[in-house]
Write a protein that binds this ligand. Structure first.
Ligand code: FRU
Length: 614
């Protein structure tokens, strides 16, 4: 064993794919004892706020029991590096200051001898650190104005609530790697839905399991008896089985106390992602729970957020039934231009989306406080509707308590088909832009949900870099430059009148020959998005795709608002009546927008803005 002399004080940046990387061979303050072919004790003997763990993404997880004064305080799963270190992740030692900390590591790759096990590169790389370096080393793809985690893996946004002018966003988070594992609630806050501040992890796995998606409410009337205006979270404890648990926060969602009598809801089959709201009409709490494998949603009521009564179910045999049903939401909205109000039941499903993998399905209907009844078509059937006709908007749910009757929602901008394989490593996944959900009646008489960019996004509009008040687009393409600032990150607006054209094509391209082709097919009232040649597409065979949306108009006129943020394109048509959210990984930033048409289309109010953030 080596004598312990110094402790590394800062973590140095190193290498493009480095996450948080300590100096090589830094192992002072750490004592390693190999106990066998796949069991090692890592004893913290020095001072430091963090112990840095080297990760090799292709490996399986090692199980790490964190022993504090001899008791298991936490169990985490980390893909400890054996032959090469992709990046390192920090384990926070500050809660255990002054105590004896030992990591009891069981590695998955059984070695033939202890001598061989000792060769794993992680043992030399494990080191103490006082500070973390969050320098972004993946600016090529990391979005500028979308929410991303500082490092590590993120999936579903959940538990969102609005209180005292602050938008709280929690998300499914792995603090110990850039693949799904160790599900915890990461936390960020914003006062403008554009600039996000990172907060400490709010909920971590406990004895009942890891912390899957859920929801938060502000208990204004102290129905739960935890205090007036206490923030109450309900989430899925995912251990051997799934059950629903509660936690409450008296500091506006920064820290939570887990309810000692958890779980509050148990069932005999897999159910998750509880989403609750206060029902003014019935004077009680309502909750929707995804009965995942049964492809249905379950509805509960409660007077106090602790005792929940199952009232009904919706979904068996209805809508898309291919995948699991997850992440529900239920809310009421006015139908645009009428006095009518309708309820929307969001049922995220995976797989089974219109272009494969994950997607946001929804139903429009009525809710009486106990039962959801979907509107039917004249033939009595219940239509399947999709909120987004791109491939990369999943687990979309809305904020609880948004002001001014707004129904503001956000999704996870990825797809379970390839989320873990996208070409980023320091962080994996961003959220979609925040959207305002509304209802409108389509030309077929059906009520559909729209999702338009939240008004706050106007605040990040930068310089007008290109504009054309009116152009006639023909077969010869007209080209416009994307802003040079921030590698082409921009917002594009235009109105298209294609009454005298068959189609209009918008192409985003760069000098490397990557291109995204978006086509409005006037006759079919459809809009398509082709990312098959958009850049890096070969990390998953499910990635290259053409997505197609109905445009819900009959007059050949559409107005577009397109947001490009390095590795994502979000297209909002006709104030969010049709929406496409698609990831792209160009080999260099797109620099040009070209517009062409077959026939004679009129393009007006074309504007390209750069983007400013704080
Ligand atoms: C949806 C989901 C949820 C679950 C969470 C786990 O993407 O599968 O149903 O709560 O992810 O991370």
């Amino acid at each position: 064993m080596k004598a312990i002399t110094t402790v590394m004080k800062t973590v140095m940046a190193a290498g493009a794919m480095t996450l948080l990387c300590p100096a090589a061979n830094a192992s002072e303050g750490v004592e390693i004892n190999h106990l066998g072919v796949n069991n090692t004790l890592v004893r913290v003997t020095g001072e430091g706020n963090y112990i840095m763990l080297p990760v090799q993404e292709a490996n399986d997880d090692a199980r790490v029991n964190v022993l504090v004064d001899g008791k298991i305080a936490e169990t985490i799963y980390v893909r400890l590096a054996s032959s090469k270190t992709d990046y390192t992740v920090p384990f926070d030692l500050t809660p255990y200051k002054g105590k004896n900390v030992i990591l009891d590591v069981v590695t998955p790759q059984g070695r033939s001898s202890v001598r061989e096990a000792k060769e794993d590169v992680c043992w030399k790389g494990i080191a103490l650190a006082d500070k973390l370096d969050y320098t972004d080393r993946e600016t090529r793809f990391r979005p500028l104005f979308h929410h991303t985690p500082q490092y590590g893996w993120m999936n579903d946004p959940n538990g969102m609530f609005y209180k005292d002018g602050v938008w709280h966003l929690y998300y499914q988070y792995n603090p110990y790697g850039s693949k799904w594992q160790n599900m915890s609630w990461g936390h960020s806050t914003s006062s403008d839905l554009v600039n996000w501040e990172h907060k400490p992890v709010a909920l971590r796995p406990d004895g009942l399991g890891s912390i899957f998606s859920g929801s938060c409410v502000v208990d204004t009337n102290n129905t739960a008896g935890m205090g007036k205006d206490e923030v109450i979270a309900l989430y899925t404890s995912a251990g051997t089985s799934q059950m629903q648990s509660m936690a409450h926060s008296s500091d506006n969602g920064i820290t939570f106390n887990v309810y000692p009598a958890n779980p509050v809801i148990t069932l005999e089959s897999e159910a998750r992602d509880p989403n609750m709201f206060w029902n003014e009409r019935t004077g009680e709490w309502n909750l929707v729970l995804a009965h995942a494998l049964d492809h249905e949603m379950l509805f509960f009521t409660s007077p106090d957020l602790k005792e929940w009564t199952l009232q009904s179910a919706f979904g068996k045999g209805i809508g898309a039934q291919d995948g699991v049903w997850e992440c529900p939401d239920l809310f009421e909205l006015p139908v645009e231009g009428t006095d009518e109000k309708k309820w929307v039941l969001i049922c995220n499903i995976n797989p089974g989306g219109p272009f494969g993998g994950s997607a946001v399905q929804y139903f429009v209907g009525d809710w009486d406080g106990k039962k959801f009844t979907a509107d039917t078509l004249p033939d009595g059937s219940i239509p399947t509707k999709w909120l987004d006709y791109g491939k990369d908007n999943y687990a979309l749910v809305s904020w609880s308590g948004a002001p001014d009757g707004r129904r503001t929602a956000i999704g996870w901008m990825s797809n379970w088909q390839y989320a873990a394989d996208v070409p980023t490593m320091q962080y994996r996944s961003a959220n979609t832009l925040p959207r305002e959900i509304g209802l409108f009646r389509g030309p077929d008489g059906e009520v559909y949900a729209s999702s338009a960019p939240s008004p706050e996004l106007l605040g990040m509009r930068g310089k007008l870099t290109e504009s054309a008040s009116r152009i006639n687009a023909g077969s010869k393409a007209r080209s416009f430059r994307l802003p040079e600032a921030n590698d082409g990150v921009c917002e594009i607006l235009m109105d298209i009148d294609a009454a005298k054209a068959d189609n209009v094509t918008l192409t985003l391209s760069n000098k490397a020959g990557d291109e995204v082709v978006m086509t409005y097919d006037r006759k079919a009232s459809q809009f398509s998005f082709d990312r098959t040649r958009s850049g890096i597409v070969d990390f998953s065979e499910s990635f290259p795709a053409i997505t197609v949306s109905p445009t819900y108009e009959k007059n050949g006129k559409i107005s577009l608002r397109i947001f490009i943020d390095r590795s994502s394109i979000e297209l909002f048509g006709n104030e969010g009546r049709f929406v496409m959210t698609n990831l792209v990984f160009p080999t260099q930033p797109y620099s040009t927008l070209s517009v062409a048409s077959s026939g004679n289309a009129k393009i007006s109010n074309l504007k390209i803005f750069s983007v400013k953030t704080k």
